[in-house]
Design a protein around this ligand. Structure first.
Ligand SMILES: C[S@@+](CC[C@H](N)C(=O)[O-])C[C@H]1O[C@@H](n2cnc3c(N)ncnc32)[C@H](O)[C@@H]1O
Length: 287
């Protein structure tokens, strides 16, 4: 390549900035790492020797799609979560870093709950980032992962296989709890449900609008899925079990109000994310 790599990256990043894309330089680096098979450090050390006309042509094809505001994760069919690369397609929501807080909280609870083989139910598994991460980080646990979307389940199962989870996952198509037997109980129920209010949809970025609507929209106030999960979760939790789920901006107080008169839940804790926004609700059943 004739141009110095940092200059090339700066020039290409400007094209993304002009299209309204933030984190533009990081995206250019990601595309070049994808095309060269190098990590970021080696991209800067050796990348310019590998970037030939063929790579530049493929780079340009990716850029055209990205400038049209297609999410880079769908273009490259990959997304990073908890240090691992997951396959993604437009059948699933692009995972967000906030969901790592849900995983960390779930893992902390399971490590402290005193069982050798804790059981987990994940409602709305999507690409599988939360369930597969938990399955890999805690191989002794058993996970039941459900989604209403068969296409999403296929992506989650592919990730479980590709990332070599230790055969501790059971995938089921289910409308919330519909495929969970009446007597099935879990130590932990987790969910990152659709939680965007219908009226907020129009203002979302083109990248978020590329996610399946099924994974985004939660009705008039965004809390339809949360209500459905809160209503049934205690029937499927073991004594002392917990329900943990992700919420959206300004939903913490509304979720408190939803559960304050429900004496099946003994306590509620709301964790904030790195941006100081209420993000994960923890509801405990029993002692
Ligand atoms: C916000 S996405 C979360 C996906 C993934 N868990 C993650 O964190 O990236 C919500 C998921 O819930 C699923 N879903 C929506 N309605 C559902 C329902 N009634 N029953 C089960 N899953 C549902 C969607 O298909 C989608 O995969």
């Amino acid at each position: 390549m004739k141009e110095h790599l940092p200059e090339f990256i700066g020039r290409q990043a400007q094209r993304l900035i002009d299209a309204g894309i933030e984190q533009a330089a990081a995206e250019i680096e990601w595309i070049l790492c994808y095309l060269t098979g190098l990590d970021r450090l080696n991209l800067y050390l050796n990348g310019s020797t590998l970037i030939n006309d063929d790579i530049i042509a493929r780079f340009e094809t990716i850029m055209q799609r990205r400038i049209a505001r297609e999410p880079l994760q769908y273009i490259l069919e990959e997304s990073w979560f908890y240090g691992r690369k997951f396959f993604v397609s437009p059948a699933v929501m692009v995972p967000t870093p906030e969901t790592e807080l849900l995983c960390e909280t779930a893992l902390r609870y399971m490590r402290s709950c005193g069982h050798d083989n804790p059981t987990v139910l994940d409602i709305g598994v999507g690409s599988g980032v939360a369930s597969v991460t938990i399955a890999l980080e805690m191989p002794t646990c058993r996970i039941t992962a459900v989604d209403i979307s068969e296409e999403a389940l296929a992506v989650a199962e592919k990730n479980a296989i590709d990332l070599e989870t230790p055969n501790n996952m059971d995938f089921r198509q289910s409308d919330f709890f519909s495929s969970i037997k009446a007597d099935e109980r879990f130590d932990l129920i987790i969910s990152n449900p659709p939680y965007i209010a219908d009226c907020e949809y129009a203002d979302l970025s083109p990248e978020v609008k590329a996610d399946p609507k099924l994974s985004l929209l939660g009705g008039t106030d965004g809390l339809d899925a949360v209500r459905a999960i809160i209503a049934k979760a205690p029937d499927h939790l073991l004594p002392g079990g917990q329900l943990m789920f992700e919420i959206g901006y300004l939903q913490g107080e509304k979720v408190c109000a939803l559960t304050e008169n429900d004496d099946r839940y003994k306590s509620i804790v709301i964790l904030k994310d790195l941006n100081d926004i209420d993000r994960v609700v923890i509801l405990s059943c029993g002692e």
